[in-house]
Design a protein. Sequence first.
Length: 422
Amino acid sequence: MKKLLIVIMAFSLFGIGGRTVYAQQADDKDVVWLEFEYKGLSGADGEPTLMSGNYGFGSSGEPDEFIKAVQAKAKGEILLAPYYLVGERKIAALEYEGEEAKAFYFDHNGDGKVVAKDILKPVVKEENSRKETAFYTKDFVTTNSDGAKSAMRYKIYLRNLEKGQMNVTWQSSSYFEAKGEIDGELVIFRLIGSGISGDYGKIGRSRYMIYGSNDQYLGSGYLSSLVSHHDRYYKLKIEGNFGKKDKPRICLTKVTEPLGKLDVKFGNDEKINGKLTYGSITGQKDNNINLRINSEATLPPGKYKLTSGSFTFGKGEDMSWSVSFSKGPDFTIKSKGSTTLEMLKPNLTVSSVDEARRYYSDVKESGSFTKNQKIYLSPIIEDKNGVVYSRFTCKDGTDTRPRLIIKDADGKIVEDKTLEYG
């Protein structure tokens, strides 16, 4: 299929003058190519908010060459700030005096030396009467989980600035962005790295966010070989690397087949009324499908698996309980068809083993134990189709306390207690 390279002036699309944006689009109206470019945050006003997650790794560690260089240079007190790059543990450092953060030291080149760009100055902002102190690294190069080089930036922000109680939290502050049209709508498509790893294009781990031309939030999710936007579905293919000067691309091919409906029901007891709060879906064969649905879902024709999710349920109109589930059932969606999944009434069984052997590969369940022997109990709640349920919670946030009954060899109850938390 022949592709056309179209050059569009940014001011004609988004009201931004002086910059040219490149969009590649196939001659097929149902196929869209988006070309991305690297961007990093610096703490300036008006920058986008990224759904990148927060990560903390404590404040302990053995000083390495870089930290020793920091200790020789810093005038204030030092708090170690470890972090991880693709499993390799490294250490940065915060310099502070009393309750005031002075500087943050980050080894951009990984050479163990402290140079000017490694000394970060605080960015202090106040919102809703709360002060946030943060630091933004410069761009640096890391190796992602696929072994390729990726450009990265971190945001490091502080909590509990009282002396000796500072918590250092890490966020990704870099992303890749593309601007183009999807079904005639001008959109901004952003790829967010998974955690702080530099994995911008990792199916099932990296996140995407879609905004309108006025930066109106339109949707987000994990990268998937099948994505939805405005109740339409697109097959997604990603190509390219994620270095600072790279231009990775995503191809979105609209699914034109009529969709089918999915109805998920909880419990086969007429007294119980349940509704799917959310569900996570993958393909029976395509593990790169990562979709999130609610109670009224439509999907392209195909074979899927409801891997996990949550229900609210109760008697009549009193939907005051919720329950999570995993290992959900397989199902098939047919074009213009309707599929009903019945999650059957769960039953409780309890696995009991010798606590001293709980981590042994050959540990076996037992129903009888000697006096004073420590027992490890694992409640298993599942239905006859193997769906596993966990965390039954009432709307006030409390869990139901489990009841433990112990009988002797003759069936006589020797202990009957409601367990306390802790």
